[in-house]
Design a protein around this ligand. Structure first.
Ligand code: DQA
Length: 149
C-alpha cells in the first residue's frame, strides 16, 4: 500500500471559519476525513499533518523521507516566500504535489509567485477543496497507483 502525507500550512486549521467566501465552508477535519477515505478507496494510506510553524513543516518533510511515497501539500502563505520549505523539498527524494484552494493567480500580486512550485511535480489551483482530490490523484498517478475506486 502506498503511503502519502498531506501537509497543510498556516491558518488552514481555520478552514470553514476563515474567509469562507474564498476558502469555502468545509473544515480541515471534513477535508481530511473525506480525503483519507478517497485515498483508502484507491489503496493509499493517507496521513494528515497541519502546522502554523515553518520549522515543523520542514521537519515533517525531512521525516517523510523513507516513510512516505509522496507528499500532497498546501504550503499556504509560506508558498510565496519560504525558501526554507523549498530547500527542504529539494533535499528529499519524496515527490510533492502543491495545491491551493483559491486561484492564487487572480488574487493579490504577492500570491502570484510560488517559490515552492519549481521543486514540485505540479500545482493544482483555484478549484476549491476539490483540488485536494485532484492533487492526490496526480500523486497516485505519478506513483503508478490505482486512480479509480
Ligand atoms: C492558499 C493561498 C495562499 O495565498 C494563502 O496564504 C493561504 C491559502 C490556498 O489554499 O488558496 O493560506 O494556499
Amino acid at each position: 500500500m502506498k503511503k502519502i502525507l498531506l501537509i497543510n500550512g498556516p491558518n488552514l486549521n481555520r478552514l470553514g471559519k476563515r474567509e469562507p467566501h474564498i476558502y469555502g465552508s468545509l473544515t480541515l477535519a471534513d477535508v481530511e476525513k473525506d480525503l483519507t477515505e478517497f485515498a483508502h478507496n484507491r489503496n493509499v494510506e493517507l496521513n494528515c499533518f497541519q502546522s502554523n510553524y515553518e520549522g515543523a513543516i520542514i521537519d515533517a518533510i525531512h521525516n517523510a523521507e523513507g516513510e512516505y511515497d509522496g507528499i500532497v501539500m498546501n504550503p499556504a502563505a509560506f508558498t510565496h516566500y519560504s525558501y526554507a520549505i523549498r530547500d527542504a523539498i529539494a533535499g528529499v527524494t519524496v515527490p510533492v504535489v502543491e495545491i491551493h484552494i483559491s486561484n492564487i493567480h487572480t488574487r493579490e500580486e504577492f500570491r502570484h509567485t510560488s517559490v515552492i512550485a519549481p521543486v514540485t511535480i505540479g500545482q493544482i489551483v483555484g478549484v476549491g477543496v476539490y483540488g485536494y482530490k485532484l492533487a492526490l490523484l496526480a500523486m497516485i498517478e505519478h506513483l503508478g497507483g490505482k486512480l479509480d475506486e
